[in-house]
Design a protein around this ligand. Structure first.
Ligand code: PLP
Length: 466
């Protein structure tokens, strides 16, 4: 492994930037085009915003607007707040943030952990409402002595920081071979700064933006008109207005992404690549993987932005319960038909006997297929069942039973379900009294599902491992 951090740091601010560029191997689903993630969760504040936290504060200091005893105010979705609070902690400034209430509790607690003051504002307000989070921040900055508004949506230090750092890093880390830059815009600072830097060095670099459905960027990009936005759940990207930090002329292509697509990919990045990332990373990688398949060129080099750590969303899309509540994780629908198809190799879908078969024949089948019970079928209908336990007990009592017909030793018939019935209904039918269920398709009984089949599906434990 290449040595990292070989020099001691004077303070935590020196650890900002030079985040790793990490190859994505599994979520690309076999695409030949290499896709790399710029893993901004490696910044000390856990997101790409650390870069602009330093840049905006130092720009204000440089312009003489911020000095000892100063206050930094911002309307922030959280990550910019963490970044500003982290820098303010080192430099000794007070921080006040306004945060819309759609943002996760983890993010708000995090800001407070760094010593910031947080004012939570309602999300469902029009941008011209006095309590809209940006307006509240502006008012506080105006009314508080020695305060500056970091103003990330209109501060040129934002895209400039990414031009200087993120863009240059990507150029160097890819040895100048980057061909596609895939990102998504909140303020647009990252997308813009990096795109400007890369296109300056190679005008052929394609810039592709993902945008959450509901954000105004995509309709504006396509039509040039600002239309009202809609709700969406991915945090940190998309917008309800066009800020000055976003230079849309640098974007070669913009694609819509649903919350569900974004969150499912963020979860895959975590489980399949070991990268615990936020929903915006999922959104961006969803687009990057589409592009990778379309480009289909092993010599191309796609760089996708991974804006922040997923630790801030553990109670949101990283939680199965939350995903289910929001109808983004369909309960996997396992049908009776699917369970029959999953039976262990060599096991026929249905083993049955006729009423006139002997107990000896029935026990022979039970033994041969290592099963516990058999349905008794007469002209395609289930007229009863026989179980190993009952038959054995009777044979032990009277060996003559072996040559008697099973119809004289039957238990109740098994219930019959249609093949499209789901696992939940099957589970309810498989009770103490009912060890198995028969499956009907097009009026014919085509298979049997036993408790073992369901157990194997739920736990992965098969009869042979029990
Ligand atoms: C999680 C997350 N992703 C992406 C972004 C977008 O970055 P930018 O504002 O540079 O467009 C942000 C910005 O807040 C963010 O918090």
């Amino acid at each position: 492994m290449a040595p990292r951090n070989t020099q001691p740091c004077r303070n935590v601010l020196e650890t900002i930037g030079w985040t790793p560029l990490i190859r994505l191997n599994r979520v690309v689903d076999g695409a030949r085009t290499p896709v790399y993630g710029k893993a901004e969760c490696f910044n000390p504040g856990g997101s790409l915003k650390d870069r602009i936290g330093v840049a905006m504060i130092e720009a204000a200091e440089g312009e003489g607007r911020l000095g000892p005893g100063g206050v930094v105010v911002e309307a922030t979705a959280g990550n910019t707040g963490v970044a500003l609070a982290l820098v303010a902690a080192i430099k000794g400034y007070r921080c006040i943030f306004t945060v819309p209430d759609k943002f996760s509790q983890e993010k708000i607690r995090l800001l407070k952990a760094f010593g910031a003051e947080v004012i939570v504002t309602p999300t469902a307000l029009p941008p011209d409402h006095p309590d809209y989070y940006l307006n509240v921040a502006r008012r506080i900055a105006e009314e508080t002595p020695n305060a500056i508004l970091a103003n990330q949506f209109y501060n040129p230090a934002n895209p400039e920081a990414h031009y200087r750092t993120t863009g240059r890093e990507i150029w160097e880390q890819t040895g100048g071979n980057v061909t596609h830059w895939v990102a998504s815009a909140g303020t647009g600072g990252t997308l813009t700064g990096v795109a400007r830097c890369l296109k300056e060095r190679n005008p052929n670099v394609r810039v592709i933006a993902g945008d959450p459905i509901g954000s105004v960027y995509l309709p504006y990009y396509r039509t040039g008109r600002l239309t009202p936005g809609g709700p969406y759940k991915v945090e940190g990207v998309g917008n309800d207005k066009i800020p000055s930090t976003y230079d849309l002329s640098l974007v070669d292509e913009m694609r819509p992404v649903t919350d569900r697509e974004a969150f499912l990919m963020a979860r895959r990045l975590t489980r399949e690549e070991g990268l615990l990332v936020g929903g915006s990373a999922g959104l961006i990688v969803h687009v990057a993987v589409q592009v990778a398949h379309e480009v289909d060129d092993p010599s191309a080099w796609i760089v996708a932005l991974l804006p922040d750590t997923g630790e801030r969303y553990l109670s949101k899309f990283h939680s199965d319960e939350w995903m289910r509540e929001n109808r983004m994780l369909e309960a996997e629908r396992v049908t009776a038909e699917a369970l029959i198809a999953e039976k262990e190799a060599g096991t026929p879908p249905l083993i049955a006997v006729e009423p006139g078969a002997t107990v000896r024949q029935a026990l022979g089948l039970i033994d041969e297929y290592n099963i516990s019970q058999l349905p008794v079928l007469s002209q395609g209908d289930c007229v009863g069942s026989v179980s190993e336990a009952t038959l054995m007990a009777r044979v032990i009592e009277d060996p003559g039973v072996l040559d008697q017909a099973v119809e004289n030793h039957m238990d109740a018939p098994f219930p019959v379900v249609e093949s499209h019935v789901g696992l939940e209904s099957l589970t309810k039918l498989l009770t103490r009294q009912n060890p198995a269920v028969l499956v009907r398709q097009n009026s014919a009984i085509v298979g049997i599902i036993t408790r073992f089949d369901v157990l194997r599906r739920i736990t992965g434990i098969g009869r042979s491992t029990l």
